[in-house]
Design a protein around this ligand. Structure first.
Ligand code: AHG
Ligand code: MN
Ligand code: MN
Length: 331
């Protein structure tokens, strides 16, 4: 085991850098680690369950997928409630936020917003999916029930954020505002091990990721930028490669490592785009900026958007600094 640093070791090591830290955030992060290991186990079994159960493949796949969305949601809620550091959660799978009523949780300092399974339409075709989480310090009084305002905070107030990618290997990538670190799950020991210390996105990239099927509904700026991506130019190494998985976590992860841009813009059909500010865009924006990239709605920094509702959507641009700036120059 020499030379291997586990995620739990790393979390507590970092905690020592803050002399007045109580350990609550470290415990909270460890709750997330536990839930993600359980979800990882279930995600890994999804195909197997199909093989065993299916006579009517379509129904079973639909059902399995739904079950996994709900199961992931339940696992994260259970782990966060159990930990006692969190007074409320908000997730994609719940219409409203869930405030915990037990004394220990009500004393909790933090709220967590999360997307339990991102890209869940990819489960039935065995393509990478993920979990995204975002942590804030509560605004309401500790000891009382959490309020909606605890979640309606700008992204720049996030205390920590991260994602788990259930891919060819499972990874957890997170930030507490001091850089981004990535950990790969070693299934033989059941531990996330530090594999990608201090992740930085290259300033330039050669990959653009957008659902180009929506081009007809996109603004002229977006259309012009996509045309630019496809032009031949030796100096700027164009045409760029188009890569789009349809799981934001997976598209983001690839682009962060290789350099690239991810775009889910506003369209005439969806004036605010598709992705949700609280549990998809803000956490990814925090990670992207911490990795040295940019995160914009096209109009402003994603993390400066004032949230007005839990499931609010915003146009989303995330990626390498020079690529995002180039796209913005078309606006
Ligand atoms: P979710 O599965 O949590 O609903 O999120 C899916 C999101 C995101 O992961 C992905 O980038 C995007 O939807 C894909 O949307 P399109 O199919 O419209 O391209
Ligand atoms: Mn999602
Ligand atoms: Mn989801």
């Amino acid at each position: 085991m020499s030379g291997v640093k586990t995620l739990s070791e790393f979390i507590y090591e970092r905690q020592e850098d803050f002399p007045f830290a109580t350990g609550d955030l470290s415990n909270l992060l460890n709750d997330i680690v536990i839930a993600s290991k359980i979800v990882n186990r279930e995600v890994n079994k999804a195909g197997l369950a199909d093989i065993l159960g299916a006579t009517n493949q379509e129904n079973i796949q639909g059902e399995t997928q739904q079950k996994l969305d709900v199961l992931a949601d339940e696992q994260f809620i259970a782990a966060l409630k159990n930990g006692g550091e969190v007074c409320a959660i908000a997730s994609e799978e719940n219409d409203d936020y869930v405030a915990f009523n037990d004394q220990k949780s009500m004393a909790g300092k933090y709220v967590v917003a999360f997307d339990p399974l991102d890209g869940s339409s990819n489960i039935d075709v065995n393509v990478s999916i993920g979990t995204i989480f975002s942590i804030y310090r509560r605004l309401s009084e500790a000891g009382k029930q959490a309020e909606e305002k605890d979640f309606l905070q700008k992204g720049e107030r996030q205390i920590a954020a991260g994602y788990v990618i259930y891919g060819s290997s499972t990874m957890l990538v997170y930030t507490t505002g001091r850089g981004v670190n990535g950990f790969t799950l070693d299934p033989s020991i059941g531990e996330f091990c530090l594999s990608h210390p201090d992740l930085k996105i290259p300033k330039n990239g050669k990959i653009y990721s957008m659902n180009e099927g929506n081009m007809a509904y996109c603004s002229e700026s977006i259309q012009q930028y996509i045309t630019y991506c496809k032009e031949v130019d030796k100096e700027t190494k164009r045409p760029y490669s188009a890569r789009y998985i349809g799981s934001m976590v997976a598209d983001f992860h690839r682009n962060m490592i290789k350099g690239g841009i991810f775009i889910y813009p506003e369209t005439s059909k969806a004036p605010n785009g598709k992705l949700r500010l609280l549990y998809e865009c803000n956490p990814m924006a925090f990670l992207m900026e911490q990795a040295g990239g940019l995160a914009s709605t096209g109009d402003k920094r994603i993390m400066e958007v004032e949230p007005t509702e839990l499931h609010q959507r915003v146009p989303t641009i995330l990626g390498s600094k020079n690529m995002v700036n180039k796209l913005l120059s078309f606006y």
